[in-house]
Design a protein around this ligand. Structure first.
Ligand code: F0G
Length: 464
């Protein structure tokens, strides 16, 4: 007999209380935060789906591993355990620890990019884009066209548009120092990239002599989708699939705060000896010596264990299913979202839910604010506020106006998800009354983190 209910494959040993607030308290918290959910105090949030980054629960094995942390400045045994774990999965030669993913990006791009260069990616995440643009290079998104249609089904909606990639490489000889593929495609809906797409991108890069890198933050979730959806992979383990994915690339950047199951950390891994040396030189300048790279020995231990646990099939089955479960409830209740559901989050389609709000009144931003106001749920808009400001100073609508509800790993249970579903259904009913916002302060870069807003109608909702 096999039972159909997929349970959380863990039991809870330590609990952290979460705090209920009243609607009035949340309304006041929004005013104090300048209507920016990043500026809320976390204790004022009931269910925090701002990000899946660094917010996961560690296992008893990880905590035990942390007691083995070797805090030697150079040559710590923790580094060698970390390096072995990364190499075992990626097969990459040089493993350079960093304090998180964006530090790996900064060091890589700082070592290879010059002004005017182009970096093609299926879709850059915000920090990746910012790090490319900081070098005065162009961050070029080349997702397949299906990825821009939230409700269109495609098993590998994170794929790169390979014809477009070939065109860019052909038309810009000498200007593309590397190509990147982000697994899963976070900004495009947490959507996976197929093995075939990575393999073909490799072949194209080979023809033009350009290295291929993975932004590997959610490599295990991507491997699980390949197992489920790509012919020929059903009988392979997530580890075997991950090894094949990494086998096609020259290097990767990684935020261990996602599929490293750690609260902090990351790495850059690559094969090129000369480039690795240059990256290590840059690393010493800001992150630290190459055997700790901005991390404590105990962090390296937590990541080494986390990288193994994240490839566990029971874990991945539960993880992907809980996201899909919430997605199904949305579908049955006429709540438009990016389909199929991705790995770490559901992405509500704010343009469809709030079609009466024009892009310059930031519909996704408004929807996220109302989710907090009504239910104490914190999410993050992936929208025009995040991506609309152009390097030339103009503002353009983002490809999509999405609200991401990202699930911390191993933190919330099914009843939390059922509560979320209730909040979403309630807010869906309020949609015709929701009004947009106006930006009243805008910082020069990565504006979504600290911009401040005012609602166009008091309390965000027009009267009934
Ligand atoms: N690449 C991707 C695809 C990411 O999703 C992130 C972070 C990074 C790089 C940077 O890693 O945060 O460790 O410096 N994404 C988080 C998120 C912040 O909420 O999606 P980091």
């Amino acid at each position: 007999m096999s039972f159909k209910t997929i349970i959380e494959p863990f039991r809870i040993k330590t609990v952290e209380p979460i705090r209920r607030t009243t609607r009035e308290q949340r309304a006041a918290a929004l005013v104090a935060a300048g209507y920016n959910l990043f500026l809320l105090k976390a204790e004022d949030v009931l269910i925090d789906l701002l990000t899946d980054s660094g917010t996961g629960a560690m296992s008893s094995r990880q905590w035990a591993g942390m007691m083995m942390g070797d805090e030697s400045y150079a040559g710590a045994s923790s580094f060698y355990r970390f390096e072995a774990a990364v190499r075992d999965i990626t097969g990459l030669k040089h493993v350079i620890p960093t304090h998180q993913g964006r530090a790996a990006e900064r060091i890589l791009f700082g070592s290879v990019l010059k002004p005017g260069d182009i970096v093609p990616n299926n879709t850059h995440f915000d920090t990746t884009r910012a790090n490319v643009e900081y070098r005065k290079a162009q961050a070029l998104d080349l997702p397949i066209p299906e990825s821009r249609e939230p409700q269109r089904y495609h098993p590998f909606k994170g794929n790169m548009d390979l014809e477009a990639l070939e065109r860019v490489l052909r038309d810009n000889p000498g200007r593309v120092p590397l190509v990147m593929i982000t697994v899963t495609n976070n900004s495009g809906g947490g959507q996976p990239v197929s093995m075939a797409n990575i393999r073909e991108a490799r072949a194209i890069c080979n023809r033009y002599g350009v290295p291929l890198y993975l932004d590997a933050c959610r490599f295990a979730e991507n491997a699980w989708f390949i197992k489920l959806r790509e012919p020929g992979y059903a009988d392979k383990t997530p580890l075997e699939i991950a090894r094949e994915m990494f086998g096609y690339v020259d290097g990767c950047t990684m935020s261990a705060k996602k599929d490293g199951l750690a609260n902090i950390g990351g790495f850059l891994a690559l094969n090129d000896d000369d480039l690795a040396q240059r990256c290590k030189n840059l690393l010493i300048l800001s992150e630290g010596f190459p055997t700790y790279g901005g991390l404590a020995g105990y962090d390296l231990e937590a990541i080494a264990v986390g990288l193994r646990e994240v490839l566990d099939e029971d874990y991945l089955r539960y993880r992907i299913r809980s996201v899909e479960y919430l997605g199904e409830i949305c579908m049955h209740n006429d709540i438009p979202l990016v389909l199929p559901t991705g790995g770490h989050a559901i992405y509500l389609d704010a343009r469809a839910i709030l079609h009466h709000i024009p892009w310059y009144e930031y519909p996704a931003w408004a929807l996220a604010l109302v989710l907090y106001l009504e239910g104490g749920v914190r999410s993050v808009p992936i929208d025009t506020v995040m991506f609309g400001r152009q390097p030339d100073g103009t503002e353009k609508p983002a490809a999509m106006e999405l609200v991401r509800l990202a699930f911390p790993r191993r933190v919330y249970t099914q009843s939390h998800v059922d509560y979320l579903a209730e909040v979403l259904i309630h807010v869906r009913k309020l949609a015709p009354r929701i009004r947009g916002v106006r930006m009243v302060y805008e910082p020069p870069v990565l504006r979504h983190f600290t911009a401040r807003f005012e609602p166009l109608v008091e309390g965000l909702l027009a009267p009934e």
